[in-house]
Design a protein around this ligand. Structure first.
Ligand code: DGL
Length: 259
């Protein structure tokens, strides 16, 4: 049982930021990563479509005998994870914007959140934000166009710099001291964000927390892989394998799969 792979999916290449955290914490686990890049971005789609695509990805991973599924996409988690959990009996780990730690730690009472339209308009996000951040100022910004540029392999482009400069401006003016990254594509923007934000602004990314949660749930279900053999890590995309391989520093083979 425990040799079965962990399945991970995202609307595209962004979830590899989560895969890296999982692989660093659980190097002996076999993994299968599915990038639905042909349908990216999910963030501009309606809830029903996001649910339909999340079901398609989940069923593929279950067919591959995955023991646990990581929904490495804020948009899919906030719109579809409750349905996935109610429909399939493998354990699911999701990711949603870490608004709580930002709200608890802010000293300026002002935090920024950059996420997709689908995440910011979800019921789950408004619930979490109402619960933990009702007393502070939250500057929400839809990261329109960011996912598309990353999917096109243009992370460090002039276009990206211009978009981010525009999106961060109202946050800087509102004196945020925390920026929450609400999309798994965004950790790849870290060097640019550090450059463009005032030095005191802390950036919160929940990738490491997702990896810790994955480990805890595997332990709870006695599903950890105790083998010390080299793990098998398989990457599938229905988009351009080269873009994904470059985000993995060309250390892994990425296969094209029409799913
Ligand atoms: N990585 C996805 C997320 O975390 C990107 C969403 C999209 O495809 O718009 O939200």
């Amino acid at each position: 049982m425990s040799k079965q792979p962990i399945g991970i999916f995202d609307s595209g290449v962004g979830g590899t930021s989560i895969w890296k955290e999982i692989h660093a914490l659980l190097p002996h686990e076999n993994t299968i990563y599915l990038a639905d890049s042909a349908n990216a971005p999910y963030g501009l789609k309606g809830k029903d479509k996001i649910i339909e695509l999340s079901i398609k990805n989940t069923e593929y991973l279950i067919d591959q005998d995955c023991k646990l599924i990581v929904v490495a996409c804020n948009t899919a988690t906030t719109n579809a994870i409750s349905i996935l959990r109610a429909t399939y009996h493998v354990p699911f780990i999701g990711i949603e914007p870490a608004i709580k730690p930002a709200a608890l730690q802010t000293e300026t009472n002002s935090v920024g959140i950059l996420a997709t339209k689908g995440t910011l308009s979800s019921e789950l996000f408004s619930k979490t934000s109402g619960l933990f951040a009702s007393n502070i100022k939250v500057i929400e910004q839809v990261g329109e166009g960011i996912v598309e540029l990353i999917e096109a392999g243009k992370v460090y482009s002039e276009e990206m710099r211009q978009l981010l400069t525009r999106y961060l401006k109202p946050m800087i003016e509102a004196k945020i001291d925390y920026l929450v990254l609400g999309c798994t594509h965004y950790p790849y923007l870290m060097p640019l964000l550090i450059e463009l934000l005032p030095k005191h602004v802390k950036i919160i990314d929940s990738g490491a927390a997702v990896a810790r949660q994955t480990k805890a749930i595997l332990e709870k279900h006695e599903l950890l892989n105790m083998q010390t053999d080299k793990a098998e890590n398989t990457f599938f995309t229905n988009g351009n394998p080269k873009v994904m391989a470059s985000l993995l520093d060309d250390k892994f083979e990425v296969k094209y799969l029409n799913f």
